[in-house]
Write a protein that binds this ligand. Structure first.
Ligand SMILES: *[C@@H]1O[C@H](CO)[C@@H](O)[C@H](O)[C@H]1NC(C)=O
Ligand SMILES: *[C@@H]1O[C@H](CO)[C@@H](O)[C@H](O)[C@H]1NC(C)=O
Length: 218
């Protein structure tokens, strides 16, 4: 008598247990969103705020050709070009009469399209009026991606820099001749003109923008 009532109870507990387990395991495997990889080539117009100073950045990403260009317009200030090659060389220059140029070598190439792999999912939040999935990567960047279109909307960096993505044109390609650093970037004898940085992808990602915002430190 006692065992006859005990068994169904155990069965029910067992069934509830299975249901809960399968629900929680499908939640963590199937339903956790991952960030869309970057398209191999795109153009994006970014509005940046670096601790209260404003910049507009034209970002040209070109993975097949191993290059990335940030054109940094400081509010009522300098217009700076941060040209990054996958071999580690970055040219940082003006194109006006000041003819400034700095070359820097990193031990890392440009960001890979899958650079967000392994980011930690934080859930959904609304930013700039868009419902976004949010990830955080190594306490360096918080990445907001539109839930519906999968386009990036907002990036927030550990150091107070934030970017609002104004346009995002997949497949846009900048003409080859517009990737040429000016002649005064080459053949310099100034020993300060070339620096080597141990570097990591994170450092390289913010380097140009930061130097752009402190535009007199060239
Ligand atoms: C990397 O590539 C760029 C563009 O071709 C070139 O100007 C630069 O000298 C190269 N850097 C090195 C270290 O080879
Ligand atoms: C912004 O301000 C904070 C706090 O003063 C500082 O820690 C951080 O380094 C600043 N970031 C930049 C990019 O200057």
């Amino acid at each position: 008598m006692a065992s006859a009532t005990k068994h169904p109870a155990i069965l029910i507990v067992f069934l509830i247990h299975c249901l809960c387990l399968s629900r929680s395991s499908s939640k963590s495997t199937d339903l956790t969103p991952t960030p869309a990889p970057w398209p191999p080539q795109f153009y994006s117009l970014l509005y940046m705020n670096v601790n209260g100073s404003n910049q507009i950045i034209d970002l040209w990403y070109d993975w097949p050709k191993g290059r990335n260009l940030n054109i940094i317009q400081n509010q009522l200030g300098k217009r700076l070009y941060d040209l990054e090659w996958d071999n580690g060389t970055s040219f940082f220059y003006t194109l006006d009469s000041t003819q400034e140029c700095r070359t820097k070598h990193f031990e890392v190439g440009i960001l890979r399209p899958d650079w967000l792999d392994g980011a930690h999912y934080l859930g959904q939040r609304e930013v700039d009026g868009f419902l976004c999935n949010v990830w955080e990567k190594v306490d360096f960047i918080w990445y907001y991606e539109d839930v519906v279109t999968k386009r990036p909307v907002h990036w927030r960096f550990f150091n107070g820099m934030s970017a609002h993505v104004m346009t995002f044109k997949e497949g846009a390609v900048r003409e080859d001749e517009k990737w040429q650093a000016p002649v005064y970037c080459f053949g310099t004898t100034d020993p300060k003109a070339e620096t080597t940085s141990a570097g990591n992808p994170r450092e390289r990602m913010v380097d140009g923008v930061l130097r752009g915002s402190m535009s007199l430190s060239m």
